[in-house]
Design a protein around this ligand. Structure first.
Ligand SMILES: C[S@@+](CC[C@H](N)C(=O)[O-])C[C@H]1O[C@@H](n2cnc3c(N)ncnc32)[C@H](O)[C@@H]1O
Ligand code: SF4
Length: 372
């Protein structure tokens, strides 16, 4: 059966500077970005996927990156307008990831006028010293100003913070969180710093937090955020009732999405099953391919039912709500009961979910559940 709802991901791969912790498909362009070419190419790829999914209900658009706040608001507006023509889109959440430099914050009202109704700000830290360590282009003062502008310009907003930074104590993280809560965000993403191969932090042997302090910081994050009304609905994502990121929840629940732009992924379901799609990763090659053929799909393959089941379990268990009872019944009973006994999972009529104890250990829990 074809799923009714569809989400759209748009990848903008450019940044002002490459942050030393970041392994996303993000690049500092050597020449000025030719906005007209990029707008035309993203529009062409959008039309390409619209032809295949015509008439479906679009519930969300997510402009991610890279740094989509470097896009021209007219480009963002043109893509939103195209999407509204191609799909049924009478109730659409449109999120844009933004960096909080003053130049970008100056464009927030223009993004709102273009149709963005949810801003996700990459604040990362609320003090200048860690911002410098993280290689960020903004100051703490600019971060606070950008949050205030976002609050006034968009019906919904969120911001990201990175914790478990080297040398960060639980006390200082808790006090940074308390300052974050004072902005009354409806949504917060609180990520533990991970050291990814290929990044400057990895090359320079910056250490990730050791297991025990990291677990304590995670626990403190869960408790303090929940006490501030921002309970976790996913490992790193917190929201007040109803303010969850619709886009990510739809994807974690196994919903269909079209991904446009370099390196974007997609999942599209038809009468015969679900395909996984991968767009060309390199921005220059993606642009050339789209200009030549109308799309930049590097690979497309059908997922078999075992793969599909596995990915639904892996993403579904990230959510505090967990997976439904039917999907849970496909898991080996003895392993599920062992995990319940250990306090890592809980099962009831609604389904199976990770407990607060199991959530920080989810990768290990999944490895056991999905072994063989
Ligand atoms: C696509 S990125 C950032 C979007 C935007 N360019 C920015 O920097 O704000 C999304 C988020 O992932 C988080 N992130 C990226 N790399 C990370 C890492 N190695 N460890 C923890 N969080 C990370 C950051 O909080 C970042 O805001
Ligand atoms: S964290 Fe954001 S700004 Fe920094 S390199 Fe990654 S995508 Fe670009």
């Amino acid at each position: 059966m074809t799923p009714a709802a569809l989400s759209l991901y748009v990848h903008w791969p450019f940044c002002k500077a490459k942050c030393p912790y970041c392994d996303f498909n993000s690049h500092v362009p050597t020449d000025a970005v030719d906005d007209a070419r990029w707008r035309a190419a993203l529009g062409a790829e959008l039309a390409h996927f619209a032809a295949e999914t015509e008439g479906r209900k679009l519930v969300s658009i997510f402009f991610g990156g890279g740094t989509p706040s470097l896009m021209h608001p007219e480009t963002v507006g043109a893509l939103i307008a195209d999407a509204k023509r191609y799909w049924q889109a009478d109730d659409l959440e449109v999120t844009l990831e933004a960096n909080p430099t003053s130049a970008e914050a100056g464009k927030f009202h223009a993004f709102a006028a273009a149709g963005v109704n949810r801003l996700s700000l990459g604040i990362q830290a609320l003090d200048d010293k860690p911002l410098k360590f993280l290689g960020r282009e903004h100051s703490a003062k600019e971060a606070e100003a950008a949050i205030t502008i976002a609050k006034g310009a968009f019906p919904a907003f969120s911001f990201d913070l990175i914790y478990a930074r080297p040398g960060q104590t639980e006390e200082s993280w808790v006090s940074e969180m308390e300052r974050a809560f004072q902005f009354s965000p409806p949504h917060l993403s609180l990520y533990q710093l991970s050291i990814e191969p290929g990044t400057d932090f990895y090359r320079n042997d910056i250490p990730a937090a050791a297991e025990d302090p990291a677990a304590d910081l995670f626990q403190a994050t869960q408790e303090r955020a929940a006490a501030a009304g921002l309970a976790a609905y996913e490992i790193s994502n917190h929201a007040r009732g109803g303010a969850q990121c619709r886009h990510n929840v739809a994807i974690w629940q196994g919903g269909d999405y079209a991904g446009i732009g370099p390196g974007a992924h997609g999942r599209l379901t038809s009468g015969v099953g679900t395909d996984a799609l991968f767009q060309v990763y390199d921005p220059g090659r993606w642009l050339a391919d789209v200009e030549k053929t109308g799309h930049g799909t590097a690979k497309r393959r059908p997922l078999d039912s075992a793969e599909r089941r596995q990915e639904k379990i892996m993403t579904g268990l990230r959510l505090s709500a967990g997976i439904d009872a039917d999907l849970a019944r496909t898991l080996p009973r003895d392993v599920v009961h062992e995990m319940i006994g250990g306090g890592f999972l809980e099962l009831d009529g609604r389904g199976l979910r990770a407990t607060p104890r199991g959530r920080p250990l989810l990768n290990a829990v999944l490895a056991k559940l999905l072994a063989d």
